[in-house]
Design a protein around this ligand. Sequence first.
Ligand code: PHE
Length: 447
Amino acid sequence: MNQQAGKFSRLGFVLSATGAAVGLGNIWKFPYITGVYGGGAFVMVYLVTILLIGASLLIAEMLIGKRGQKDCVSSFEELAPPDRKGWKYAGFMLFTGLVIMTFYSVVIGWIFYYMYLAIAGLPTTIESAKGTFDALYAHAPFLQIFFHLISVLFVAYVLLGGIKKGIEKTNLILIPFLLFILLGLLVYALNFDGFAKAVSFMFAPDFSKLSAEAIIRAVGHSFFTLSIGIGSILTYAAALPKHSNIYKAGLMVAFMDTLIALIAGLVIFSFLFQFGGTPDKGPGLVFVSLPVIFAKLGTLGQGIAFIFFVAMAVAGLTSAISLVEPAVMYLEDRLGWVRKKAVLWSSLLYFLIGVFVIFSISDGFKAPFTFGTKSLFDVLEFAVDSFLMPLGGFLIAIFVGYVLKREVVESELLGHMGNTVFKIWYFSIRFIAPLAVLFLAYNALKV
Ligand code: PHE
């Protein structure tokens, strides 16, 4: 561990790992896929998956980082038995973070643009809102590149500060701020009649609406939302003090992540049901349906819209930091680069590919970046969701479940978990989690 990077405090770690987990996945994706897949029953599957698989894997990934104390590749190498050092290649899951950033940062850029719109004037009809979004998405590549660059620069700036002065400090401020905004919005939404409808939409399960596809999406999303399988959590956990309780930390992070997704869902659906929108509009939910509703509320609505998009930007940026840090730490610790150089090159790499991603959805530029019917954007997102993250999760489960000695695993967890919980957790890591991933991969191939 190098000097500048330093170690997390306990609270710093929990908030930073929460910052990694809580992101666009919670505020943008979770509500819209819940809407698309019909509400209650989907939410049930999601909650069960988080509990049975997600939280277990999160703890397993923390375990590798905490024991390894090094960058993602070196931690696997360090912990693997002498005759199985090839496991270090599992550490290259850290590249997934950069792949995610090529489109994640673009979406953060859209949010910046909507923060601006909240002040400058929001579209007032669904038609014009679609037009506004489309004008940005498909016809304004250079505006998108500009906002993408702002996001890249923000993330790079925080990363330059290292673990303590950069990552921990940023999350200690921004995560409580995010919670404050979301709770404020929730309290506001409590006054609506739409709130009761939102509650019943999200929590009254109608299993007849549950398709196989919905189950796959719920399982896949539980990985994405908890940031499992790309070395982010591992890399953060490598900066944990020796006696930290990763069981408690893991539960806390999974709990906060779920709570924030549910609050975001309740807020968004309350507004929708109160002011006459439909929940099944897909990815445009927060960029098309919500702005129109906010616009109806006049100046107050503009204020709410601004605050809402700030919350989304904060959630996105704190995740973005954790997506890039594994690559930076690898370059620094393993290849001996100074932090500045590591941050510069990793940022430049995903920034440039991000530019291609933007071109791939922009009219007039997309041809070289389109594969069959899919844009580079779609291809990368699909690769991450259906392949790279599940693969990372699978490797973590196998490594902790079968490669690490049981005594090592026990020494880290048994004292905190007690016998029964440990047995359940270990069973989940050895059997349930790997099977769930195989199920995901098998179904993804069928699509
Ligand atoms: N969990 C983040 C989200 O919900 C995304 C993410 C994935 C962040 C993997 C870090 C690592 O948006």
